[in-house]
Design a protein. Structure first.
Length: 199
């Protein structure tokens, strides 16, 4: 038989072994729970990836459908346009349209040429007017210069351009010494009224 001390040690060892086994069981249970959660998350991730691929595929289909609708709308518009031409009694075929387009182009060219001719004519007329104005100013300037020169020639200072009067040697005896006297007469010398005659 075992003593008391041995029994207590045995019980402690058995209790520790039981506790370890319980802890292992609990850890196993928790590990299983984590594995189940991980599998669920993986399935959710795969589902989201599938949904994303489906959305991309749907978006691509919508884009293709939009392009097809645009093409269909253009086809209908061109069909209605052609139908309008065919039902128009004034339409006589493509050759007539080409001839009309050529006529419109020729008309535009003629308009441009006419506008160019008008512009050149206006420019020539403007240059002619400027030339006439310049010549008129030059004629007026020359006329003013000639008039000023004529006035300067007519109005001269006294004694300029006149012949000097003859001196005493050139005049004979009895010649007048003053303007306005008769030939042969002498002008008496002027006397000062202030000078008294001698007594």
């Amino acid at each position: 038989m075992m003593d008391a001390e041995t029994e207590s040690v045995y019980e402690e060892r058995c209790g520790s072994q039981l506790g370890d086994e319980q802890n292992e069981d609990i850890a196993d249970v928790e590990l299983d729970e984590l594995r189940r959660v991980r599998r669920a998350l993986l399935k959710m991730n795969q589902g989201m990836e599938n949904v994303q691929r489906q959305i991309k595929y749907f978006n691509s289909n919508v884009s293709q459908t939009t392009q097809l609708l645009d093409i269909w709308v253009r086809v209908l518009s061109q069909t209605m346009h052609n139908q309008g031409y065919l039902q128009n009694p004034e339409w006589h075929g493509g050759q007539t349209d080409i001839a009309q387009l050529e006529g419109l182009v020729q008309r535009d060219i003629q308009r441009e040429e006419e506008a160019e001719r008008k512009r050149r004519a206006a420019e020539m007329e403007r240059e002619e007017r400027e030339k006439e104005a310049r010549e008129r100013r030059e004629r007026e300037h020359r006329r003013a210069e000639q008039e000023a020169e004529a006035r300067t020639t007519q109005v001269r200072p006294r004694g300029v351009g006149r012949r000097p009067p003859p001196g005493p040697a050139a005049r004979g005896r009895g010649a007048p010494t003053r303007r306005g006297t008769q030939r042969g007469s002498l002008i008496p010398p002027a006397t000062n009224s202030r000078i008294r005659p001698p007594r």
